[in-house]
Design a protein around this ligand. Structure first.
Ligand code: FPP
Length: 248
């Protein structure tokens, strides 16, 4: 399925899809494998999904790779994930760049291993002008922290006398978030049967369609994505207004 499946309406594709990649550990356990095997397979799936978004004409995707709460996992797993992120960046960057992927990272990167921070900064710089697909990776990300920091930054500006409290509106707040310039997600996909947001993009998901599937992330291939897009295109997005022809 390199081209967009014929039953998907090109004109109503989501412009931004956010993913919560859940179920790597359970996928591995089902197979009698260590949890890290699930993360490895999850990374392969992710790589193909980035390409898929590009092939099918979905300009932006954002994935939840590591939350501010994930530090509480066993140290070995945390270390494995950090090494995996770094290794993947080194190994895949040239190919992603060639394919026109623009990489951005969301989160408090200052707490990550310094070698990983360096790779991330380089990857963002190298790919900054690419226009194939924007790939946002949330690492050490927490939405409440993101919003708290935005409030602190605005409070500072008020304190310095460069911002009037009355001038603070939704766009002023959005501008202080980690990735201020992209569109909000149209569709959020969470795998593995869990149905919660887990402190992910709480501001940005205000009008997003939510899609939950029982599949574990390492099984979320193009055909699963196709299914999710079909379900999305059945939705009637009203944004608080009255029904359109689709549901009338
Ligand atoms: C959640 O499954 C998955 C993660 C916390 C890590 C996601 C990381 C990858 C898919 C690796 C590649 C990512 C990038 C960005 C290069 P879980 O471990 O919580 O699964 P469980 O709920 O079954 O235990």
């Amino acid at each position: 399925m390199k081209t967009l499946p014929v039953d998907i309406d090109r004109d109503r594709l989501p412009q931004h899809v956010a993913f919560i990649m859940d179920g790597n550990g359970r996928w591995a356990k089902q197979r009698g494998l260590p949890r890290i095997a699930g993360h490895r397979q999850g990374a392969r799936i992710l790589k193909d999904l980035v390409r898929c978004c590009k092939d099918w004409g979905i300009p932006t995707l954002t994935v939840y790779a590591f939350s501010t709460e994930n530090w509480q996992r066993p140290l070995k797993e945390v270390e494995f994930l950090m090494r995996l992120f770094e290794r993947l960046l080194r190994k895949e960057l040239a190919e992603m760049h060639q394919e026109g992927v623009r990489l951005q990272f969301l989160g408090d990167l200052s707490e990550l291993p310094s070698t990983l921070q360096t790779e991330m900064t380089q990857a963002c710089d190298i790919t900054a002008q690419n226009q194939g697909v924007t790939f946002n990776v949330a690492v050490n990300y927490g939405s409440r922290l993101e919003i708290t920091r935005a409030c602190q930054a605005l409070a500072q500006q008020v304190k310095q006398g460069i911002l009037n409290p009355e001038d603070i509106d939704e766009s002023t707040i959005s501008q202080q978030l980690y990735a201020p310039n992209g569109p909000d997600p149209d569709l959020l996909i969470r795998t593995s049967g869990e149905q919660r947001l887990s402190n992910y993009l709480l501001w940005q998901l205000a009008y997003t369609e939510l899609y939950f599937t029982d599949r574990f992330w390492p099984d979320f291939d193009r055909s699963a994505f196709h299914e999710a897009l079909l379900a999305y295109q059945q939705r009637d997005r009203r944004f608080g207004k009255v029904a359109t022809a689709l549901s009338a």
